[in-house]
Design a protein around this ligand. Structure first.
Ligand SMILES: C[S@@+](CC[C@H](N)C(=O)[O-])C[C@H]1O[C@@H](n2cnc3c(N)ncnc32)[C@H](O)[C@@H]1O
Length: 267
């Protein structure tokens, strides 16, 4: 079987990222925001679920999650997380699930995707066309996308005079290098790109910055050794994060789109 980009990093992904206190802080914040859109016992389709942290969270809240990802190694970690007390989530390799499997639990109340999985999708218009018929009218797409302009990364790379890293996000299409050296095509859509890709079926409801003053993930370890600095970053995120221009300068951005077309959902 062909290896997927995240297969090699999967065994260490939780240690390096998901289990880091900064990630847990950001996820906690995102879970609260997502929950506000969910009816009780909602049906969620998760795209790029990775090691299943969010799927396990929502399943434990009594929702049903259809969790998908193209990396079988990430999915293996997710499968191991699927303890009985985590409620129900079903896992499928995103390259494999036939439309009838995705449709099995439709209509979905939410399509959820966290921490940049959507940046791996090259054709967002096709993606929007594919998910819309699986969703009930007024259901939401809740996606957390890597942002092109990230304040903490700009400051850091200006201070280090690292031109390569300073400008690495400034393109619509770029290549990221994972910890094991694997190269990954990454797409960095603007608000307009996303809005127009989703426009035939969805309208933009909300955007919010995620992680403006907290450092990018490669600096998590060093910040976490400085609890005062970290507390200050959280405080600034809360107070100044929503204020322009900081609102445009998060490491990630949250987008919430609402399904507007009323064609019946596929069953
Ligand atoms: C940075 S990880 C985020 C994982 C998880 N959402 C989280 O919050 O930890 C990006 C994930 O996107 C997945 N991915 C890569 N290409 C994808 C695609 N075309 N469609 C959906 N997911 C993709 C990867 O396998 C990986 O698990």
């Amino acid at each position: 079987m062909r290896k997927a980009a995240f297969d090699e990093v999967a065994p260490d992904y939780d240690d390096r990222f998901s289990n880091q206190p900064i990630t847990q802080h950001l996820r906690h914040h995102l879970h609260a925001k997502a929950t506000a859109y969910l009816p009780p016992q909602a049906r969620i389709l998760e795209v790029g679920c990775g090691t299943g942290v969010d799927a396990a969270h929502f399943a434990a809240q009594g929702h049903f999650v259809m969790a998908t990802d193209p990396s079988s190694e990430m999915l293996q970690v997710a499968r191991n997380r699927r303890a009985p007390d985590h409620g129900r989530f079903e896992i499928w390799n995103a390259d494999a699930p036939p439309p009838q499997v995705l449709a099995r639990y439709s209509p979905y109340d939410m399509v959820f995707s966290n921490f940049g999985a959507v940046n791996c999708i090259s054709d967002l218009g096709a993606f929007a066309n594919r998910i819309a018929p699986l969703m009930r009218p007024n259901a939401v797409v809740f996606i957390v996308v890597i942002n092109r302009w990230c304040l903490s990364e700009l400051i850091l790379n200006l201070a280090l005079m690292n031109r390569k890293n300073l400008t690495r996000r400034w393109r619509k299409h770029t290549t990221a290098t994972l910890e094991d050296g694997t190269k990954l095509a990454l797409h960095l859509p603007s608000v307009n790109d996303l809005t127009s890709a989703f426009s035939p079926h969805f309208k933009l409801q909300k955007t919010a910055p995620i992680g403006v003053f907290v450092p990018p993930s490669e600096l998590y370890q060093s910040y976490q050794k400085r609890p005062k600095l970290l507390r200050m970053a959280y405080w600034l995120d809360q107070r100044l994060g929503p204020v322009w221009p900081f609102s445009k300068l998060g490491d990630h951005s949250l987008f919430v789109f609402q399904r507007t077309d009323t064609r019946p959902a596929a069953t």
